[in-house]
Design a protein around this ligand. Structure first.
Ligand code: BEZ
Ligand code: FE
Length: 278
């Protein structure tokens, strides 16, 4: 078809990609084209607005490198990351809920023995973290691997500090045979997601703030169980109701209790979902 207009172009594009050999790719591309075209029609998108969108994505590309991922940040603030997590982690009642991984997880963080101080020099108020990893029937999960990461008291992860090349406030621990774990770190504080780039400008232009409520990240792995990627949030945080990336789940909020010496203690038990039998 050569004489396409605004009413016929969608079907023409779908026809052009009809031979896509991979059925899943075809399904996704067909839906993408339908929804993108419907969006442009419903918004009555102007050419200037189309170019503004292209320019925005170009700036996201330019600021992205191995330390900064602006496209994931965009997905996060649009709620797409959390929607994808939620629809792929529909676990039985009683299992710990999953939430966004975020951009600051690092592969192969240092391993620590139980009880160690994983802050490794990061600044913050001392905090002890302890709990148990269990399965859905209450059985302890022996030797579960807990990969933990958090920001320092300035709200920055080690990888965001230009001068820091060693791991701070992150580490991997192995629970004992009864699934118990404990370690020392620092108090989690609320922090702003990176907002000095196009995503930050977008938030500002929409009157949205870039803050996340204080949290500690966990990735927990054990044979026979689904990997759990989640956070534990502080119950006293002002941003629990307005997390910039929509990651809060009520069941993930815990009381972080101040101790007589000024340090903090947080206790949280995780419940893993068994891998479905194949
Ligand atoms: C985080 O919790 O580390 C995070 C999640 C999404 C965007 C930015 C940071
Ligand atoms: Fe975080």
């Amino acid at each position: 078809m050569r004489n396409l207009d605004q009413h016929t172009i969608t079907e023409a594009v779908l026809a052009r990609q009809a031979q896509t050999p991979d059925p899943r790719l075809k399904q996704i591309m067909d839906l993408l084209v339908r929804h993108l075209h419907a969006f442009a029609r419903e918004a009555q998108l102007t050419e200037a607005e189309w170019f503004q969108g292209i320019d925005f994505l170009t700036r996201c590309g330019h600021i992205t490198d191995e330390r900064r991922q602006e496209f994931i940040l965009l997905s996060d603030v649009l709620g797409l990351s959390m929607l994808t997590v939620a629809q792929n982690n529909d676990k039985p009642a009683g299992c710990t809920e999953a939430t966004v991984v975020g951009p600051f997880h690092v592969q192969h963080a240092p391993r620590y023995p139980l009880g160690a101080d994983i802050s490794n020099g990061a600044h913050g108020v001392p905090c002890v973290v302890r709990g148990t990893v269990r399965g859905i029937d209450g059985e302890p999960v022996p030797q579960a691997e807990l990969d933990v990461w958090q920001s320092d008291e300035d709200g920055l992860y080690d990888v965001q500090h230009a001068g820091i090349t060693h791991a701070q406030a992150r580490g991997v621990l192995t629970a004992d045979v009864a699934g118990h774990f404990h370690f020392r770190s620092i108090l989690a504080v609320p922090y702003a997601i990176p907002h000095d780039g196009p995503v930050g400008q977008l938030l500002e232009s929409m009157g949205r703030h870039p803050w996340r409520p204080a949290h500690l990240h966990f990735m927990i792995k054990a044979p026979g169980y689904e990997t759990l990627i989640t956070h534990v949030f502080r119950s006293d945080d002002a941003y629990l109701g307005s997390d910039a990336v929509f990651g809060v789940r009520h069941s993930l909020i815990a009381d972080w209790k101040q101790q007589p010496d000024g340090s903090y203690l947080v206790e949280y038990d995780f419940v893993l979902n068994p891998v479905a039998p194949s």
